[in-house]
Ligand binder design. Structure first.
Ligand code: ADP
Length: 167
């Protein structure tokens, strides 16, 4: 069974096979976690993103990890929903991000993967609801991945993820 844990830190420093980034549709790079991932991976990441993008919300696409340190081999780009109050299908799109990211990673034979708190920054998705969706979706999606790390950049997000995992 897959082990899921919450950790606090910078996702670009994770020692996993694949890192997920909360991308925008162009896959050319953005702010927040996506900016950090693009800075760490170098300019070839935007080139690779532009070659496979755009990526619609709820979907996920993979590129190499370029300048990220081993063991990271892949970057999974997923596009979260923009929060518009909750009645625009945001929850289902967010669940789809987690589901599709796992599916893409499975196809690449990934055994360990790190996720940021997708959509809870600039996109404005309420963090507690997002954490419940993340945990529920990751637990219910069949996968060969053995280790999932939910990486919180700040203390509040870490606490919210830890609570969601204890449910
Ligand atoms: P979105 O546009 O999907 O809302 P953001 O990047 O704005 O994405 O925020 C998503 C989450 O990622 C937020 O909790 C933010 O604090 C966090 N974050 C920002 N930088 C990093 C990083 N380097 N590592 C991990 N998480 C990060």
């Amino acid at each position: 069974m897959v082990a899921i844990e919450a950790v606090r830190g910078d996702i670009t420093e994770e020692h996993v096979d694949a890192v997920v980034t909360a991308a925008n549709e162009s896959l050319l790079g953005g702010g927040g976690v996506d900016g950090a991932v693009h800075r760490a991976a170098g300019p070839r990441l935007a080139q690779a993103g532009s070659a496979i993008g755009p990526c619609p919300p709820g979907d996920a696409m993979a590129t190499p990890s370029f300048d990220l340190d081993p063991p990271v081999r892949h970057i999974v780009h997923t596009v979260g929903p923009v929060w518009e109050g909750g009645d625009q299908g945001e929850a289902e799109i967010l669940a789809s991000c987690y589901r599709h990211s796992l599916q893409v990673a499975d196809e690449l034979d990934v055994r360990s993967i790190a996720f940021p708190a997708i959509a809870t920054g600039v996109h404005g998705f309420p963090a507690d609801q997002a954490a419940r969706i993340a945990v529920t979706t990751l637990r219910s999606t069949p996968t060969r991945i053995e280790q999932i790390r939910l990486v919180a950049f700040d203390h509040d997000t870490y606490e919210i993820l830890a609570v969601a995992l204890r449910r």
